[in-house]
Write a protein that binds this ligand. Sequence first.
Ligand code: 13P
Ligand code: SF4
Length: 322
Amino acid sequence: HAEKAAAKARIKQLLIDQDAVLVAHYYTDPEIQALAEETGGCVSDSLEMARFGRDHPAKKLIVAGVKFMGETSKILSPEKTVLMPTLEATCSLDIGCPIDKFSAFCDAHPEHTVVVYANTSAAVKARADWVVTSSIALEIVEHLDSEGKKIIWGPDRHLGSYIAKETGADMLMWQGDCIVHDEFKSKALKELKIQHPDAAILVHPESPANVVALADAVGSTSQLIKAAQTMDNQEFIVATDRGIFYKMQQAAPGKTLIEAPTGGNGATCKSCAHCPWMAMNGLQAIEASLTATNKTEHEVFVDDALRDDALVPLNRMLNFAK
Ligand code: 13P
Ligand code: SF4
């Protein structure tokens, strides 16, 4: 405990000395989220992280999240130094959508508008017409559908199916998934709901369709927190990464938050409601990103040409979201 407190104090000083700010996702561990709050940084969903990093006057951004979040920050703020606790923190959606294969898929359907989730590499973003995050995806696809556009959607098949169902848009799907949300199980969720009949079920749309079908509210991380805060229920069953409980409990004090069931025990469950890559953002790694003399394990770079191309669909999203 004392060691952690000392590490936190050192990090706070390093942030001040280096004119740096900590930008953390809701899925990082509670102590990292608390540190971001205490130091004037931000804890948010991926859309707000991108905006906050872009608009903050600090010279350095420490992005505690996964690699695509660091890359997005660098694309939006090329003049800033963007560091990550570790560049090894990736995402199964990003891994499952390599640029060569995705680009070939797009080339095979040239009449389609390419919409990609933010959870992708800079190269995949550069190939897209639009980038979306889960908090704005529905509105953007609705807008494109109203213009009669056919859509290529990648990489999350569950989020894509949910949006196609809600909007009726014509969408060709890439078949990726999130290893965390893919683990939520509808049968066990139904059984849990029987034990908690008054609980509202909150579901992130990266979850399978039969889990989304049981939801009282479906939304991005920030939208789920808002739902817990504003809905009258006193109990919530929550199907998303358990990192969200820190902020959700703050927003809904006194309410009971219950984890939605995942697939089986530790032996069969790859992630068990906590993203293994988000979990890499520990205090030690954050301190290392600020103190390392050789920054190759921490600094995010995006090739200039790729950056120019990726900025276009990213800015479309940010301007649409205004
Ligand atoms: P949000 O955009 O809802 O924060 O989700 C991003 C994400 O994939 C984290 O897993
Ligand atoms: Fe990717 Fe899923 Fe982890 Fe989010 S929770 S970063 S979508 S693997």
